[in-house]
Ligand binder design. Structure first.
Ligand code: GDP
Ligand code: IMO
Ligand code: MG
Length: 431
């Protein structure tokens, strides 16, 4: 039996993690975010009603779930407040079910200003960040000059610490980036007034989650972004600023890695990415436009169009090497309905060799051309199919081929955006 389940994105984010976390939270007692921040956009559709979460774990939709935000997350208080208010308009009161690590690094409005100023200065070399301030917030954490949530326990000293940090940010904004300074006084007074509602939500997430595990409760760890956006293993520098793989559960939630029973990677039946950076299987033709339209591929956080391409087995094999996936969940199979041929990238060709494996860094990927295998498509409608045996024969062949090429079994198949549009294989059912 699986007691602790980790869900991570196996590509460049937006694989459908939110939907799958929501579905699997059905059996969970706790759901824990462990990295990233409100750059994430996880879309859930239940009975036709759509909800997007950014900071709060997607498991919040299930009334029995306690939603934890672990120490590895960078926490924007403004984003959190907005999200609580938004969710409460759908779900009623949730504050008693949201618990936040006292060790979370705080993301301030000046971090967003720095993110935007830096991107503007880079011009056409920009990373294409979500402009939420994620990179600058992690930088301050690592540089040991940032604020942590527990600083709000001492309002006098937090004001002094914030003042020093904001002085530094304003120096950069005005002198280096030639942008407007942020209003330090307002940021500090907002911090102080937020402490009233935030301090009661603060907890020692590591101790609480470990104790739930001792009591045999079911805990789900919800990854954000995807393995190819990882700061160390992704397409650097076109990445986010956190580790996005399974290792981050340990550091970002305070859980020993050996306590994770099962790692489920969410991958799309094709590939997408938002923002800049290499993308070997990207399509620039009518098929790419068709997939973007059929898959409604617009970012849940920024609304930007997502770049679309074929499934890249080299990247998913690399992600498996880094994370040792127990299973794959393949989402958006229905989006491929009606295509005559479906291509899968099985290897890369460079100027002097053919590769079955590749580092994910931008220097390597920019030099790679995909090698494709062509598979027959299917004309039948798969939207909403819930039984494996009802899938068209060519769709089942596609799934088998993905298992063979990645070395990971496809345990869950998603055939539409709604909660109900799902096929579980026995290994994960009811976990
Ligand atoms: P996440 O960031 O990994 O949670 O993914 P997003 O929510 O950003 O993007 C995934 C999008 O695909 C959302 O709009 C989902 O509602 C939608 N989606 C998820 N699974 C399926 C599926 O199997 N089929 C279709 N057509 N849409 C899906
Ligand atoms: P979810 O959890 C897709 C991308 C941005 C940009 C790069 C750096 O919804 O899958 P950042 O703001 O993090 O500094 O941006 O990372 N990015 C995502 N792409 N899904 C996400 O999250 C992403 N979060 C960040 O587009 O290319
Ligand atoms: Mg998303």
């Amino acid at each position: 039996m699986i007691q602790s389940l980790a869900i991570v994105g196996g590509q460049w984010g937006d694989e459908g993690k939110g939907k799958i976390v929501d579905c699997l939270s059905d059996s969970a007692d706790a759901v824990v975010r462990f990295q990233g921040g409100h750059n994430a956009g996880h879309t859930l559709v239940a009975g036709g009603k759509k909800v997007i979460v950014h900071l709060i774990p997607a498991g919040i939709l299930r009334q029995q779930v306690t939603a934890y935000i672990g120490n590895g997350v960078v926490l924007s208080i403004d984003a959190l407040r907005g999200e609580i208010d938004h969710l409460e308009s759908h779900l009623g009161s949730i504050v008693d079910r949201v618990k936040i690590s006292e060790d979370c690094a705080l993301l301030l409005p000046s971090h967003a200003a720095l993110d935007q100023a830096r991107e503007a200065k880079k011009g056409n070399q920009a990373i294409g960040t979500t402009s939420r301030g994620i990179g600058p917030a992690y930088e301050d954490k690592v540089a040991r000059r940032g604020l942590k949530l527990h600083d709000l326990n001492d309002l006098k000293s937090v004001q002094a610490k914030a003042e020093e940090l904001l002085d530094y940010h304003n120096y950069l904004l005005t002198n280096f980036y030639r942008q407007k300074a942020v209003d330090s006084g307002k940021i500090i007074s907002d911090l102080v007034s937020a402490s009233e509602w935030l301090v009661p939500m603060m907890t020692d997430v590591s101790s609480e989650v470990n104790s739930l595990m001792v009591q045999n409760k079911k805990v789900l760890f919800e990854g954000a972004q995807g393995v190819m956006l990882d700061i160390d293993h992704g397409t650097y520098p076109f990445v986010t600023s956190s580790n996005t793989g399974i290792g981050a559960v340990g550091t970002g939630a305070g859980i020993a890695p050996s306590k994770i029973d099962h790692v489920l990677a969410i991958v799309k039946a094709y590939t997408t990415r938002v923002g800049s950076g290499p993308f070997p299987t990207e399509l620039h033709d009518g098929v790419g436009a068709h997939i973007a339209k059929a898959g409604a591929e617009f970012g849940a956080t920024t609304g930007r169009p997502r770049r679309c391409g074929w499934f890249d087995a080299v990247l998913v094999r690399r992600a498996h090497q880094l994370n040792n996936f127990d299973g794959l969940c393949l989402t958006k199979l229905d989006v491929l309905d009606g295509l005559e041929t479906i291509r899968v990238c099985t290897g890369y060709r460079t100027a002097d060799s053919e590769l079955l494996n590749s580092s994910g860094n931008a220097w390597c990927l920019q030099r790679c051309e995909p090698i494709y295998e062509d598979l027959p498509g299917w004309q039948e409608d798969t939207l909403g199919i819930r039984n494996y045996d009802q899938l068209p024969v060519n769709a089942r062949y596609y799934l088998d081929r993905i298992t063979e090429l990645t070395g990971v079994p496809v345990d869950v198949i998603s055939t539409g955006p709604d909660r109900a549009h799902l096929i579980y294989r026995p290994s994960i059912s009811g976990w």
